[in-house]
Design a protein around this ligand. Structure first.
Ligand code: ITT
Length: 206
C-alpha cells in the first residue's frame, strides 16, 4: 500500500520517503497524480494551507492524503517570508532566487548604517502536517519548528530551499551541511512527523 503526499516539492519528497521508510509503504507525490491541479495556497497560516492541500487532494482522489505546509520565519523581517516562503522572489521562483531575495531584504535593513557586518537574525523553520481521510472527513495534525540564525551567504549542498542560509549553532553547520538523517533528527519536519506518527499509533491502539 501507499502513502500519498500532496506535494510537488522534491526536497520534501526525499525527506518523506526517508522518514516513512520504516512503514514499509511506498510514498507517492503529486508527480504520481499528474491530473491533480495545483492547490491555491491562500491561507493565512501554515495550518490553514496544510489542511486545504490535504482536503482538496484527498476529496479528489478519494483516499487519505498527507500535506505539509512549511516555511522560514525570520525575526528581523517580522516573520517573513513565512507562508510565502516558496514564492518569496515571485511566482515560480527557484530556491536560489528566494535565498538571494532573503539576503537582499536583510541587507536593506542595514542601508545607511555605517557597518560592513552582515545583519544577524534569528529564524525558525516551521512545518505543519495535516493527514485527511475523506472516508471520515477527519484530520490528524501535527507541527514542528527549529531555531537557527540566518547566514550572510549560502553554505552547504544538501537539503533544499533555505537550508544553506540556516545556521545551527549547536552543530556549527548550516542545515544544508547535515546528512538527511541528521536533518531529520532536528528539523521542523522531523519533529512534526514524529508527533504525527505518535498520534496515529495512540489512536490505533485505543
Ligand atoms: P508543496 O506545496 O507542493 O508541498 P511548496 O514548495 O510550495 O511545495 P510550501 O508552500 O509548504 O511548499 O513552501 C515551503 C517553502 O518553505 C519551500 O519551498 C522552502 O522554500 C521552504 N522550506 C520548507 N521546509 C524547508 C526545509 O526543510 N528546508 C529549507 N527550506 C524549507
Amino acid at each position: 500500500s501507499t502513502i500519498i503526499v500532496a506535494t510537488r516539492n522534491k526536497g520534501k519528497m526525499r525527506e518523506f520517503a526517508h522518514a516513512l521508510e520504516f512503514t514499509g509503504k511506498s510514498v507517492e507525490s503529486m508527480y504520481d497524480y499528474p491530473d491533480v491541479p495545483e492547490v491555491v495556497e491562500d491561507g493565512e497560516t501554515f495550518a490553514d494551507n496544510a489542511r486545504k492541500k490535504a482536503k482538496t487532494v484527498g476529496d479528489l482522489l478519494g483516499q487519505p492524503v498527507l500535506a505539509d505546509d512549511s516555511g522560514l520565519c525570520v525575526d528581523k523581517l517580522s516573520g517573513d517570508p513565512g507562508v510565502y516562503s516558496a514564492r518569496y522572489a515571485g511566482e515560480g521562483a527557484s530556491d536560489a532566487d528566494n535565498n538571494t531575495k532573503l539576503l537582499a531584504e536583510l541587507e536593506k535593513l542595514q542601508q545607511g548604517e555605517d557597518t560592513e557586518q552582515p545583519l544577524l537574525s534569528t529564524a525558525q523553520f516551521v512545518c505543519h502536517l495535516a493527514l485527511y481521510d475523506p472516508a471520515t472527513g477527519q484530520f490528524v495534525e501535527s507541527s514542528g519548528s527549529v531555531e537557527g540564525w540566518i547566514t550572510s551567504e549560502p553554505v552547504g549542498g544538501g537539503g533544499f530551499g533555505y537550508d544553506p542560509l540556516f545556521y545551527l549553532p549547536p552543530y556549527e553547520k548550516t542545515m544544508a551541511e547535515l546528512t538527511i538523517e541528521e536533518k531529520q533528527a532536528i528539523s521542523h519536519r522531523g519533529a512534526a512527523l514524529r508527533e504525527l506518527v505518535d498520534k496515529l499509533k495512540s489512536s490505533t491502539n485505543r
